[in-house]
Design a protein around this ligand. Structure first.
Ligand SMILES: NC(=O)c1ccc[n+]([C@@H]2O[C@H](COP(=O)([O-])OP(=O)(O)OC[C@H]3O[C@@H](n4cnc5c(N)ncnc54)[C@H](OP(=O)(O)O)[C@@H]3O)[C@@H](O)[C@H]2O)c1
Length: 265
């Protein structure tokens, strides 16, 4: 089995690196000797992270400030990466956000921005980096889905459906790539202590407070699965059990149970 030292000297593009899971992916990859391209909108946080990592690790770090929800942002980002003479050997497609609430009450522009980021940017970046990975016959892609992807999730209806897209897209791509030394792995975290809930506008429910995981553990599990070129992984025993048990429950019951878990304080 490969370990993280096999990433030494490779270059990873990490989207959404200014906070939460993305910042932790950057930390663990830098600790493995990986050069980094860090992307998000909040450039000052990316610069701060860059300084933190450069003090500890002998790696090269590029910071690119981009709003990936804009239609042509992935192409412009990739063009900037190529103009800087860089290759992407690992893509951590992490930038994303959710919106908590009833679908009928969420303004369309906010939801459209979410879908542009959570679906289209994920797909476009994957499409942009794949040719160079296939040409050199080396590469890892890690897509960040959610346990919300495994059932209809009222109060996160569009977000969880977007993450279902990411899950199925990523797993299908993993199969298409089965004969290459290029792979696509999907990590589907449960609730994790990041800025996610604040950005989504949700006060954590009782279930979320009880099962909250920490970013270092989620990222460690995600990177391990990525290095094994596994199609999919769900971090945390309880999260994995819940996802597994879904197959025995009609989807309309899953929706009702999920609604209770999201709203019960
Ligand atoms: N935390 C959880 O409970 C949880 C559970 C399941 C899945 N996830 C998924 O995990 C991923 C990381 O989220 P997180 O939990 O770490 O939340 P987070 O702390 O809010 O981080 C989200 C990251 O995405 C970036 N981002 C947001 N909008 C962007 C845009 N338009 N363009 C570029 N970057 C953008 C943010 O940076 P800027 O604001 O600086 O742009 C930030 O770095 C997301 O895909 C999320 O859906 C999270």
């Amino acid at each position: 089995m490969k370990n993280k030292s096999s990433l030494q000297g490779k270059t990873a593009l990490v989207t959404g690196a200014s906070s939460g899971l993305g910042a932790e992916f950057a930390r663990q990859l830098a600790a493995s000797g990986c050069h980094l391209i860090l992307v998000a909108r909040r450039g000052e946080l990316l610069q701060k992270l860059k300084q933190e990592l450069l003090v500890k690790h002998p790696v090269n770090i590029q910071v690119l400030t981009t709003d990936l929800a804009e239609a042509d942002a992935p192409q412009k980002l990739y063009a900037a990466i190529k103009a800087a003479g860089l290759s992407v050997e690992i893509l951590i497609n992490n930038a994303g956000f959710g919106i908590y609430g009833e679908h009928a009450k969420i303004p369309w522009p906010q939801e459209q921005q979410m879908l542009m980021l959570d679906i289209l940017a994920v797909m476009q970046l994957t499409k942009l980096v794949l040719p160079e990975m296939l040409e050199r016959d080396y590469g890892y892609i890690l897509q960040i889905s959610s346990i919300g992807a495994y059932q209809p999730s009222p109060t996160y209806a569009a977000y969880s459906a977007a993450k279902t897209f990411v899950l199925y897209f990523g797993e299908a791509l993993n199969y298409e790539l089965r004969n290459a030394r290029v792979s696509c792995t999907v990590v589907s975290p449960g609730v994790t202590a990041t800025e996610f809930l604040r950005v989504a506008g949700q006060k954590p429910s009782l279930y979320q407070r009880l099962l909250m995981m920490q970013s270092p553990e989620v990222v460690r599990i995600g990177l391990k699965a990525m290095l094994k070129r596994r199609p999919s992984v769900v971090p945390g025993r309880m999260n994995a059990l819940m996802v597994w048990s879904n197959r025995f429950v009609p989807r309309r019951w899953s929706a009702a149970i999920t609604y209770r878990l999201m709203t019960l304080q």
